[in-house]
Ligand binder design. Sequence first.
Ligand SMILES: Cc1ncc(COP(=O)(O)O)c(C=O)c1O
Length: 379
Amino acid sequence: MSDLASQRPTRIRVDLDALAENLRGIRRHTGKPVMGIVKANAYGHGLVPVARHLEAQGIDQLGVAFVEEGIALRRAGVRAPILVMGGVYGKQLQDFVTHDLEITVSSVDKLRLAEAAAEAAGRQAVVHLKIDTGMERVGVHSYSCQGLIDAAFASRGCVVKGVYSHLACADDPAHPMTAQQTARFAEACAHVERACARSGAPMPIRHLANSGGVLHFPDTWLDMVRPGIALYGALPDPASNDPIGLKPVLALTSRVVYFKVVRAGATVSYGATWTAGTDTRVITIPIGYGDGWPRALSSKGEVLVRGLRKPIVGRVCMDQFMVDLGPEGTAYNEDEVVLIGAQDGESIRVEAVAERAGTIPYEILTGLNERIPRGYVGG
Ligand SMILES: Cc1ncc(COP(=O)(O)O)c(C=O)c1O
């Protein structure tokens, strides 16, 4: 980070102790090894610092979406096992093997590509078989997975370390689809067990539970759990329960850069969509949708100023937005403004920001981009 960037009044603060506490809570709650999901810049928290801290906490495995995320971790010296969960392209497979990244194999074709890459590198490829139990994304259907399973266990180029599937509706503790997916996954695992018995290979790790599974569905915990958002202390859905007591890891703050009195009848920001009903005090905050602060919060979001909730008024601009303090409100230039986090006993959670923006916490967190400097505390 350049000196100038580090002077930017807008900052993300990542609490590594809260991250470690959430990991401990997930381990205590499930009693299972954990694959920490750090894709998408560790859900906006910073890929390398988060992965390093999880590794220091003895995380069993890391999961990313893309091979380049795995390579970035290896280049940063992260040694923990890393599974790349996204679909793979043939020409990338050499990089998987070279960087010791575990491959998601979702068809016999992809298995053959992995074998070829392993042979070219003179070593075995470590693979996890991906079973589709209802998500209809990447994965071989559970009802037709036997051919892939048999081929994988007959392969000399690949070692099958894991078998997994992804839950589509576990965010909602009452959704019936999770039980259906769990049953389908159990059928696929029965094929795997038979293939292991025939080949003498050890049973691979079965993993199914994302954060929703961790929070709501013990039957999905199996041999390893695979949480993302829960590690960062956010709930996947407003309907989710939190039996763990997760702690928010990320805070987003800025500072007042301008203060003015807006006269009754004047409009604020682009499109003149908000009109002051009385003379009122309005502050400008230097962060906008160019940083990933959603434009959907225009005249909808709230921030904390001097420990009080104050509304965002008018459209969020690319680099700035305005807040109405009210006719009697006070704030000075350079006062702290909290967008996500706590101030003087009040707090705004990312779940609330997401709800007001009409989206999910995942999108808010992963949207906060590299323009915002990140600082790390704890650890
Ligand atoms: C395959 C897979 N596993 C686990 C996760 C983690 O999900 P969550 O953040 O809901 O825990 C994701 C994220 O979308 C995923 O794609």
